[in-house]
Design a protein around this ligand. Structure first.
Ligand SMILES: O=C(O)CCC(=O)C(=O)O
Ligand SMILES: [Fe+2]
Length: 527
C-alpha cells in the first residue's frame, strides 16, 4: 500500500503490526447486507472484523461508510454528479446511485485488490475508476465522467495516515466543480481531525464539522463525524495560482529572519496590497471588525485595562472552527482576497520560507485589523512558544496620509530600535517567540493591516531568550513608555509598571558577569 493509495485505515491501534497480505488468503470473503433507509445493499468482501488485521482495508466496509450512505438517504438532496474517493467495496457510491442522488456516480479506489471487489460489487450500475490520490493522470481519467468537475465529492474513512491527507485534499479539490460540495465522513483514528481540516483548508476547501442527527450519533458513537464545505472555494484560473504573488526575494528575507530575527520588505506584493486595503476597510465600513481582545493583564490574567482604538477580525484559523461565527462568514464573502490569503499567498510564503529555514511552516492564523487614532500596542512578544507559532507576518496597508503608528522592533543583537512605517505594501516578518516589538501611537489617518502567523512543529529560529532578557533591560524606559502610550494610565497601570520596574531591577542584579558586560556594551553603543 503506497501513500497514494486510497485504501483505508487498517488499524485501530498503532501497536498492532500489519500482518501482511499473505493473511488475506486465510480470510473467507463473505456477503453482507447493509440497510440504508429503505434500501438493502449487498456487498461481497472480507468481514469487518478482519479490518483489524488486514493491511489492505479497502476490502471491507467501515462504519464511516455506513454512516455516509445513511446520511445521503436522510439528506435526500439531488445533484448533478457524484464521485467517491476511496470507495472500497462501493457502499457509498452504490447508495448514491440507487438513491438517485445524481445521474452520474463514479466510484474510485487506488488499490488494485480493492478495485477488483469494487468492480464486482458495482457491476454496470456505477462507473469505477482507479484513483491514486495526488496522481494527475488518474484525476484526469475520473474527470472524463464530469468535465467541469463533480458537484458532490464524497469520502468515508479516508483520512488514515497523516501523509495521505494532503494528497487526498488536493485530489478532492481537483475533482470539485465550481459551487460543488464535499462531504467527508471522518473516523477518529491516527489522524487528528484538525489535521484533516487544515489539509483541506490548505487547498482552499474550508470545511467544518457538522452536527450529527440523534440517530446518527447512536450509530456513530463519538468517533465518526462529517466535515462539509462551509463555502465554495474560489475557482480562479490555475494560471493565477501559479503566478508568484510576492515581489521580493523570499530567500533573502528568510536569511535575515534567521540571522536578525526579523525582515522588512517594501513593495512586497504584486498589487495584492491595494486589494487587501480595500477589503479590510470595507470590513470596518460594514462593522465586521471587533475591539481587540488584547488587554493589559496582571500576571494572574486579570484584565487591568482594555485595549482601545484597535479593531480586528480573525479570518483564517487552522481547523476553521471559527467559521461558525456569522461575522467571519460574512467577512469572507465580502472579502475574497482576504479569505484566500491564508490558503494562497501566505501559504506560498510559508513554503518558501520553510525550504530556506529547513522546517515546515503552516499558516496558523490570518487577521485583519484597523488601528484608529491613538491606537498602539505596548512592547510584547507575540507568543511564548507553547502554541508552536514561530513566525509573525504583517502586511501594512496604510495610505500616504498616515502619520505615526510605526512598528518598533527591538533587535536581539542589542542594536538600536528599528521603526517601520505602516505603509501600503510593506511586509514585516519576525520571530513570534523572540522578537520584542511595540507600535508607536497613531497620530493621523488609519492603519489597516493583515497580520498572519506561521506555526511549525519543530523550532526553526534560534532561541534568543537569553539575549531578549538583556534587550528588555536595554530598552526598559521605552518599554514602560509603550504601556503608557497604549493604555489610559490610572493607578492600576502605574502599579503594573512599578511591579515591572522592580522585576527589571531584580533581573539586572541577577545578571552573570558576561551578561552584564554585554548589556553595558550595548548601552554604551546606544548612548
Ligand atoms: O500592528 C502592528 O504593527 C503590530 C501588532 C502586533 O504586534 C500584534 O498584533 O501582535
Ligand atoms: Fe505583536
Amino acid at each position: 500500500m503506497t501513500a497514494l493509495s486510497s485504501s483505508r485505515a487498517p488499524l485501530d491501534n498503532d501497536d498492532v503490526e500489519p500482518l501482511g497480505l499473505s493473511l488475506l488468503e486465510l480470510e473467507e470473503e463473505e456477503t453482507t447486507d447493509h440497510v440504508i433507509g429503505d434500501l438493502t445493499i449487498t456487498l461481497r468482501g472480507y468481514p469487518r472484523s478482519s479490518g483489524q488485521t488486514l493491511q489492505c482495508t479497502g476490502e471491507t466496509t467501515w462504519r464511516g461508510g455506513d454512516l455516509l450512505a445513511r446520511h445521503l438517504w436522510r439528506r435526500r438532496a439531488t445533484t448533478a454528479s457524484v464521485v467517491e474517493v476511496g470507495s472500497g467495496l462501493g457502499l457509498v457510491a452504490l447508495a448514491a446511485k440507487r438513491l438517485g442522488v445524481a445521474p452520474v456516480v463514479v466510484a474510485t479506489d487506488g488499490d488494485d485488490r480493492a478495485l477488483d471487489k469494487l468492480r464486482r460489487n458495482c457491476g454496470r450500475e456505477v462507473a469505477v475508476e482507479r484513483l491514486r490520490w495526488g496522481d494527475s493522470e488518474d484525476v484526469r481519467r475520473v474527470l472524463a465522467h464530469a468535465k467541469t468537475g463533480f458537484s458532490l465529492v464524497l469520502g468515508a474513512d479516508v483520512a488514515y495516515t497523516a501523509e495521505a491527507v494532503a494528497p487526498l485534499a488536493r485530489t478532492c479539490r481537483a475533482l470539485l466543480a465550481p459551487g460543488g460540495q464535499v462531504i467527508i465522513a471522518y473516523t477518529r483514528r491516527h489522524v487528528d481531525a484538525n489535521e484533516v481540516l487544515e489539509a483541506f483548508a490548505d487547498e482552499g476547501l474550508v470545511m467544518r464539522r457538522d452536527a450529527l442527527s440523534d440517530d446518527e450519533r447512536e450509530d456513530a458513537g463519538d468517533r465518526v463525524w462529517y466535515f462539509s464545505l462551509v463555502e465554495p472555494p474560489s475557482f480562479e484560473s490555475s494560471e493565477d495560482e501559479e503566478e508568484e504573488p510576492w515581489a521580493f526575494d523570499v530567500e533573502q528575507a528568510a536569511e535575515s529572519l534567521a540571522s536578525e530575527g526579523y525582515a522588512v520588505v517594501e513593495n512586497a506584493t504584486r498589487g495584492l496590497a491595494r486589494t487587501l486595503r480595500r477589503e479590510v476597510l470595507s470590513l470596518a465600513e460594514h462593522s465586521l471588525l471587533r475591539a481587540s481582545p488584547n488587554a493589559l493583564r496582571t500576571s494572574t490574567g486579570r484584565e487591568v485595562r482594555a485595549k482601545t482604538n484597535v479593531e480586528e477580525l480573525q479570518i483564517h484559523i487552522r481547523g476553521a472552527p471559527i467559521l461558525d461565527d456569522a461575522a467571519v462568514v460574512a467577512a469572507r464573502n465580502l472579502c475574497p482576497a482576504l479569505r484566500d490569503f491564508g490558503s494562497s499567498e501566505a501559504r506560498v510564503l510559508g513554503s518558501k520560507l520553510s525550504s530556506k529555514l529547513g522546517a515546515s511552516l503552516r499558516v496558523d492564523e490570518v487577521k485583519a485589523a484597523v488601528h484608529g487614532a491613538g491606537g498602539c500596542f505596548p512592547a510584547h512578544l507575540d507568543t511564548t512558544d507553547a502554541t508552536g507559532r514561530c513566525v509573525t507576518g504583517i502586511l501594512y496597508l496604510a495610505a500616504a496620509d498616515v502619520a505615526g503608528g510605526e512598528l518598533r522592533i527591538y533587535p536581539s543583537s542589542g542594536g538600536p530600535p528599528v521603526d517601520v512605517a505602516p505603509s501600503l505594501d510593506t511586509l514585516v516578518l519576525f520571530s513570534s517567540t523572540t522578537t520584542l516589538h511595540r507600535t508607536l501611537p497613531l497620530k493621523r489617518g488609519s492603519r489597516p493591516l493583515v497580520s498572519f502567523w506561521f506555526s511549525s512543529t519543530k523550532p526553526l529560529l534560534a532561541d534568543r531568550t537569553a539575549s531578549n532578557k538583556l534587550v528588555k533591560l536595554l530598552h526598559a524606559g521605552d518599554y514602560a513608555r509603550s504601556f503608557r502610550d497604549a493604555f489610559t494610565v490610572d493607578g492600576a497601570v502605574e502599579d503594573a509598571l512599578a511591579l515591572d520596574a522592580a522585576a527589571n531591577a531584580a533581573a539586572e542584579a541577577a545578571l552573570s558577569d558576561d551578561e552584564r558586560a554585554t548589556l553595558e556594551a550595548w548601552r554604551r553603543r546606544l548612548a
